[in-house]
Design a protein. Structure first.
Length: 499
């Protein structure tokens, strides 16, 4: 009997593809599908695997605090707690024109930022998609590509002659990977994260490599600062909202930055910087619990992701949270149920068996009610039929949505543990603080922020309400410009590069 259609519509996915969805008045029974009861039984099993109790969360927070402490004490720790040489908060009065190149996890972005003072700014930008090959080929070629894009941007956005002979535009380079810094315009890549693997880059000063690429293009720029996206986000958010004390990125990767008193960073005591000065710390907390795997509740799906990644053992915390991995966690659970003969019997599942075929954007679409107001779960029908050529029953779709919730909720609650560790280290709980957050997961995953807040209350009780996350300013563009401006002011005042 042909299926009768009750409703239809279309949705545009983040990838730009359009997805047509339709629903039926009855589920077809010509394929052997799992029953409601079977799916409910399976769900219970996954619930216990993916649920984090408040008690467990508090234990994670304690371990996290010790890790942060250790990273500040000694060089070369797993969570490196990187001193960034960005000193103090912006005043909001910084002004001027600045260029920024932002090499993130997915895109390359070039920006021209005009800081107007009073916490105001204007930004013009272009985005370029990075290919998988570019992420793996020689590092110098990757920086050459960044410089080429910057040249194109300058040629397009500046009138000929508007840059005077000999004039150099200040450029901030947002390079969002762990780099050890001795000064603000220097950064030795500790290791690639987020699936990057470009050769001849780890262990080298990426600022110097980028300078070489800029020279090849003879660009009228001066690379003044190398910045992590979290550092930029902290500074940009504080520029417009001075209550901001912490910045977190929930994107392809996951990381945080906050301001530390120099006297409380024992590992840089020897530099003779005033103890009461304040410096941004890029935590690189994605590395929490790497290698030893003592503290985090890893399931066998998480272990598979880790083992099959290009960096086994590393970024243990990030692999449970960030947008790069959530879709893959869900896909692995579904594949297990396919192998066990529970799901999609008699259907060809090869499209779903391709690693990373299940985009994290699908999880957020599956959870989003606004696009999917019928009880038939139209969106989930659409995702499985359009992208994976698979028929689903309502019971299966309800299961998939519930599973997405479990995976998304665990990510958010683990993030609360990281935030709570910084909050309690710095004593921000009583008076409260704002946490500037950015990244696709935070901005697009329905309910993510609410779940982080709920997690903070589970950890701290009612006082957890004092810690509020909000959608931060663009740290990689605007933040980078403000840091370049702050650096220029310090130099003009004759302050030594790192004192
Ligand atoms: C990864 C990077 C880190 C970055 C984060 C968010 O964790 O190592 O530097 O801040 O992703 O982009």
């Amino acid at each position: 009997m042909p299926a009768s259609r009750r409703g239809s519509g279309s949705v545009t996915l983040p990838s730009g593809q359009t997805l047509a969805v339709h629903t039926r008045t009855q589920d077809e029974e010509d394929l052997p599908h799992a029953t409601k009861k079977t799916m409910a039984d399976h769900l219970r099993k996954y619930e216990s695997l993916f649920t984090l109790t408040p008690q467990r969360m508090r234990m994670i927070v304690e371990a996290f605090k010790d890790t942060l402490e250790l990273g500040l004490e000694k060089h070369g720790q797993i969570v490196p707690m990187i001193p960034t040489y960005v000193f103090g908060w912006p005043t909001g009065g910084e002004t001027g024109d600045f260029l920024a190149v932002d090499l993130g996890g997915t895109n390359l972005r070039v920006c021209l930022v005009t800081l107007q003072g009073n916490g105001k700014f204007e930004i013009t930008q272009s985005k370029y998609r990075l290919t998988e090959e570019q992420k793996q080929e020689d590092g110098q070629k990757l920086f050459d590509f960044c410089a080429e894009c910057l040249k194109l941007f300058i040629d397009t956005n500046f009138e000929p002659g508007s840059i005077k002979d000999g004039e150099l535009l200040p450029l901030g380079f947002t390079f969002s990977y762990p780099c050890t810094q001795d000064r603000i315009d220097h950064g030795v890549l500790i290791r690639w994260t987020k699936g990057f693997g470009a050769a001849n880059t780890e262990g080298r000063d990426v600022a110097e490599m980028f300078r070489q690429s800029l020279e090849k293009q003879k660009l009228p720029v001066h690379l003044t600062a190398i910045i992590n996206d979290t550092t930029g986000t902290l500074i940009a958010s504080s520029y417009v909202n001075p209550r901001t004390k912490i910045a977190v990125i929930f994107g392809t990767g996951c990381n945080a930055a906050y301001m530390e008193r120099v006297g409380d960073i024992p590992k840089i005591k020897n530099l003779g910087i005033d103890d009461d000065a304040e410096m941004v710390i890029n935590c690189e907390w994605g590395a929490f619990d790497s290698f030893e795997h003592e503290h985090l509740p890893r399931t066998k799906y998480d272990q598979t992701i880790d083992e099959q990644s290009n960096k086994p053992g590393e970024q243990a915390f990030e692999k449970l949270i960030s947008g790069r991995y959530l879709g893959e966690i869900l896909r692995l659970v579904i594949c297990e149920l396919i192998d066990d003969g529970v799901l999609f019997l008699g259907q060809n599942t090869y499209k779903l068996e391709i690693p990373y075929a299940f985009d994290t954007a699908f999880l957020s679409l599956m959870e989003r009610h606004v696009f999917d107001p019928t009880e038939e779960l139209l969106m989930i029908i659409g995702i499985f039929s359009h992208f994976f050529a698979l028929e689903t029953t309502l019971a299966e779709r309800q299961f998939f949505r519930a599973l997405a919730k479990l995976v998304g909720r665990r990510a958010a609650r683990l993030s609360s543990c990281g935030i709570a560790a910084i909050v309690s280290r710095k004593g921000y709980l009583e008076e409260g603080c704002a946490v500037g957050a950015d990244g696709s997961l935070y901005n697009k995953y329905p309910g993510f922020a609410e779940r982080v807040h709920e997690g903070l209350q589970d950890i701290f009780g009612d006082k957890g309400r004092n810690i509020i996350t909000y959608h931060a300013e663009d740290g990689s563009g605007v933040g980078s410009a403000i840091i370049a401006a702050m650096t220029k002011i310090r130099k003009e005042r004759g302050l030594h590069a790192h004192v």
